[in-house]
Design a protein around this ligand. Structure first.
Ligand code: ATP
Ligand code: MG
Length: 445
């Protein structure tokens, strides 16, 4: 993309309404525009990152054997009356009446609807296990929407639902989700720690939240620092292997890590003092096992291998897709702007022309652009007639992890400059080498 043809409405001034850095940078980098409290338009740069995050979520869910579908945002109230949650949910639910005076709602989550789909089509244990998920907009009429996309009213969530014949199989689904989530967050460059959590309105005893440590987080957490040393890396997982998934879950749930709701001071005090940590943190996901909480009242029943009719065992598993943009920025920025991890960056590399209109420099940039694109990379070429300082400031603000700078002086020596946004380190090299280096960095990302 050429910046002169793109839509990147960068703000020079700090927006006064933004209290935390991620919100400030998302507004300044022209990623979002607020349309009402907690409701945002996703401008092209923000939309690009949102799509990349979604894509990672899809890939990791499909890798785990989970099946994508799409349910609507609007739901009939009657489904929620069956589970009893229509009255329980309270004012966070946006209730709507259609022209025929039928009660509708904008879905805050989808347990009832997915249970309805299941009961309409599945009757036998032979069709299990089954995990269905979607990535869809949710609405919760939060009393205090704030921090930009972090606590919106309309927000994008991945929510998945497992259906299993017995508790053991459902607990394997729970473990499978934990493993797939560990991989998902790590691909986004995030350390998201699974912590034992309290269940809240969805119900169920087995639940973990995934938390990103950040001073601006709304949760309070307590943990053994040993857990922050764990990495998933590139291990290959057989998601059908119950013992293998359980072992990974054990690895990540053995060190103490809990939110304030489940914190137990006595167990915490037994951790060696140097490893005892507490922090603020951002919840970026949660997994639940809740058994027959919905299948029983809603009649989601299957015949088991003994010919008996049993309610199906279920769980639900959510990732805060739009919140993740804020969480990633909170975890990865400096005082000049965002620093995107390679896994989610909106463009792979920025290309800065130091002397727009100089025919040799323009030609070198055009050549680099073509060569990068030929390697399957998506460059952002700043071809505006601007000072070098302004171009660097824009690139730093929008946070592309790599920048190639091209100017007449370097070109005279046959060199361009490759700069890491994270370390600030620049290296001079031939244009072809810069292309090869960037391509190598993104191999396998
Ligand atoms: P919170 O405690 O932050 O209100 P929750 O526990 O009610 O969140 P879940 O029902 O667990 O939320 O939803 C799954 C994920 O969706 C959360 O882990 C979070 O990342 C995201 N999420 C929830 N509420 C919002 C919101 N208002 N804005 C953006 N993302 C949200
Ligand atoms: Mg939650």
């Amino acid at each position: 993309m050429r910046l002169s043809r793109y839509f990147l409405p960068v703000l020079k001034e700090n927006p006064s309404e933004a209290q935390i850095v991620s919100h400030r940078y998302m507004l300044r980098a022209g990623m979002i525009k607020q349309q009402a409290a907690g409701i945002y338009s996703w401008l092209p740069l923000g939309f690009k990152v949102l799509r990349r995050i979604e894509q990672i979520v899809h890939e990791e869910q499909i890798r785990a054997g989970h099946i994508p579908l799409l349910m609507p945002t609007l739901q009939p109230a009657d489904l929620w009356r069956e589970s009893g949650r229509y009255d329980d949910y309270g004012e966070e639910m946006l209730r709507i009446t259609d022209r025929h005076k039928r009660d509708m709602l904008y879905g805050p989550t989808n347990e009832e609807m997915i249970t309805d789909i299941f009961r309409a089509h599945v009757t036998s244990y032979k069709d299990l296990p089954l995990t269905l998920y979607h990535i869809q907009w949710k609405f919760r009429d939060e009393i205090r929407p704030r921090f930009g996309v972090m606590r919106g009213r309309e927000f994008l969530m991945k929510d998945g639902y497992n259906f299993d014949i017995d508790v053991d199989a459902a607990l394997h689904a729970y473990n499978r989700h934990m493993v797939s989530y560990l991989r998902t967050y790590e691909r986004m460059g995030l350390k998201a720690i699974p912590m034992r959590a309290a269940s809240g309105p969805i119900g169920g005893d087995n639940t973990h939240e995934f938390l990103v440590l950040a001073a601006t987080g709304e949760s309070e957490v307590f943990y053994d620092s040993a857990i922050t040393d764990l990495t998933f890396g590139d291990r290959v997982v057989n998601y059908d292997d119950r013992a293998e998934c359980a072992a990974i879950v054990r690895e990540w749930t053995t060190p103490y890590a809990r939110t304030d709701e489940t914190h137990e001071a006595a167990i915490y005090a037994a951790i060696p003092e140097a490893r005892r940590k507490s922090s603020r943190a951002i919840e970026v996901g949660q997994i639940f096992f809740f058994g027959t909480k919905y299948s029983e009242p809603m009649g989601a029943v299957v015949v088991n291998d003994k010919g008996e009719r049993v309610p199906v065992q279920m769980g639900s598993h959510g990732i805060g897709v739009s919140r993740l943009l804020g969480a990633i920025i909170e975890a990865s920025h400096d005082d000049r702007g965002i620093i995107w991890p390679e896994g989610v960056t909106p463009f792979h590399v920025g290309l800065v022309n130091l002397k727009q209109g100089d025919s040799a420099t323009d030609a070198a940039c055009a050549g680099l652009y073509t060569a990068l694109a030929a390697r399957g990379l998506d460059p952002l070429y700043d071809d505006r007639d601007e000072r070098a300082g302004a171009k660097f400031a824009t690139m730093d603000l929008i946070g592309l992890p790599w920048r190639i700078t091209v100017g007449p002086r370097g070109l005279a020596a046959g060199k361009v400059e490759l700069t890491s946004r994270r370390t600030g380190v620049s290296e001079e090299m031939a244009a072809e080498e810069a292309v090869a280096r960037v391509a190598a960095i993104y191999q396998g990302v």
